[in-house]
Ligand binder design. Structure first.
Ligand code: SF4
Ligand code: ZN
Length: 473
């Protein structure tokens, strides 16, 4: 027997709203869905008239629905927003390349401009290359950290007032659960914020904060929106997955638990003593960071040095790795010096306290990293000391370069300008090393293998699958 629409429009209901249990017709569901998002936006004061807003677009259901609803509300309520799409291409073959095609379709459908930024152009690495280097255990840490910064960079390029992300109520409830289960009180304090970002950074807003994932899928389904639903090929079986499964189980018994968990997170009192790291600017890339060197730069340093685990897990581990790396570099310095010594020995001999380039048989090992004794006499090959001293200086300067490169001697003024760049690079390495001090780094003290990624870095890629929907009743 047909059930009348609960909104009283006179039509028959077609669906049961997962959030409220109301039986509604399609049109009344659309209206209720969009109006709730409008209330979220106005109550949270997410936008100001005339703002330029970048919608973080992955091609997935959340960002597609977000772009569609923002466009609809912008016209219906005259927000006066300049909406544009911002996509990050992580370089994941078989996933992001396909989903970007969907974003391009969104661009055409919603008549918004689209900016795509790739990890390859920003960092020199695609996720495919990173996974080939590091394996599939910590890939989402790299991906999440790089994405966060890539969005900031893209938003700065587009000169927008804020970035709107597609985080939905389920995502936020999961994050609350995860932070409770991990005892991460500092993150718990801020993970329910509808708008995040400190002074000097481009804020991120979450207009879908109170929107259920199931309703997002229903909306996209009934509106026939084009979105990409394949899961990322690198999606891990991470801790978030367990929180997700727990939430879905609880939702089956009590659908309001999603809102209840968010409400609990919002109203939970956290001691004043629990503080978040203050925001500053990374000395390397100039983007926002809680450390002197940002996490993206530390991870990139690790990749470029062949130390992919640098910045993963405990910072003391990272520090040890850098020390081991430096020790290895010193070992290769020793080998390099020995090689130069051998080469030098082949071509030179020391005669009467002077350096001689003849092939005489009375060779002694040349101690090239010590000052050679020379006189004004000619050597056995008849060459003058001046010439020999020049050769010696050249060789010594090679050694100096190596010594300085590995931080084993002080730079002198005679060094060529390329030494300066070496020195700068080295000082940065030290700063990275310093940034990995226990006190300086945000680490997960309960979980050494899995670096906690900020709640804003969570990925739609791992969230592609949801339970079967109860679209009808
Ligand atoms: Fe990146 Fe998400 Fe894929 Fe992880 S699941 S590799 S964070 S796109
Ligand atoms: Zn940086």
């Amino acid at each position: 027997m047909p059930v009348p629409c609960r909104a009283g429009c006179g039509k028959n209901a077609m669906l049961k709203r997962p959030k409220t249990g109301d039986a509604l017709c399609k049109e009344c569901f659309f209206w209720a869905f969009e109006t709730e998002i409008h209330f979220t936006i106005t109550k949270g004061k997410l936008f100001k008239k005339g703002d330029s807003v970048a919608v973080a677009a992955s091609g997935g259901k959340d960002s597609t629905v977000l772009a569609h609803v923002l466009k609809t509300l912008n016209e219906r309520y005259n927000y006066g927003l300049n909406l544009m799409l911002l996509s990050i291409d992580e370089g994941i073959t078989g996933y992001r390349d396909d989903s970007l095609e969907t974003v391009k379709q969104n661009r055409d459908d919603y008549e918004m401009s689209l900016k795509i930024l790739s990890y390859k152009e920003l960092y020199g690495w695609t996720m495919d290359e990173i996974v080939a280097q590091i394996g599939r255990k910590n890939n989402c840490t790299f991906c999440g950290v790089f994405r966060r910064q890539a969005l900031d960079r893209g938003a700065a390029m587009l000169n927008v007032k804020c970035i709107a992300t597609g985080h939905n109520a389920d995502d936020i409830a999961e994050t609350v659960l995860m932070n409770v289960l991990r005892g991460d009180i500092a993150r718990l304090k801020r993970c329910t914020a509808i708008s995040t970002g400190s002074e000097g950074t481009i804020p991120r807003v979450k207009p879908l904060k109170y929107t259920y994932e199931k309703e997002i899928v229903m909306y996209a389904h009934y509106k026939r929106l084009v979105y990409f639903s394949t899961e990322c090929v690198f999606a891990p079986n991470a801790y978030r997955g367990h929180a997700r499964a727990l939430l879905k189980d609880m939702e089956k018994i009590r659908p309001t638990c999603i809102m209840d968990i968010i409400y609990s997170g919002e109203t939970m009192e956290v001691k004043e003593a629990v503080s978040l790291p203050s925001q500053r600017v990374c000395i390397r890339c100039n983007f926002v960071s809680s450390q002197e060197v940002c996490k993206a730069c530390v991870l990139l340093e690790g990749l470029n040095k062949g130390l992919p685990k640098l910045g993963i897990g405990k910072s003391s581990k990272a520090k040890r790795m850098l020390e081991e790396y430096n020790a290895k570099q010193n070992k290769s310095l020793e080998e390099a010096i020995n090689n130069i010594n051998e080469e030098y020995e082949k071509n030179n001999c020391i005669s009467k306290g002077k350096v001689c380039r003849s092939s005489c048989k009375s060779k002694q090992t040349a101690q090239i990293n010590k000052t050679h004794k020379t006189t004004s006499e000619t050597c056995c090959n008849g060459q003058s000391d001046e010439k020999l001293n020049t050769d010696n200086d050249i060789t010594n300067s090679k050694v100096k370069v190596l010594l300085k490169e590995y931080g084993l001697s002080e730079a002198t003024q005679d060094d060529s300008s390329n030494l300066i760049s070496e020195k700068i690079d080295h000082s940065n390495t030290e700063k990275v090393a310093n940034a990995t001090n226990d006190d300086d780094f945000e680490v997960d003290s309960h979980n050494t293998d899995e670096q906690i990624v900020d709640e804003d870095d969570t990925c739609g890629g791992a969230c592609g699958k949801i339970d079967s929907l109860h679209i009808s009743f």
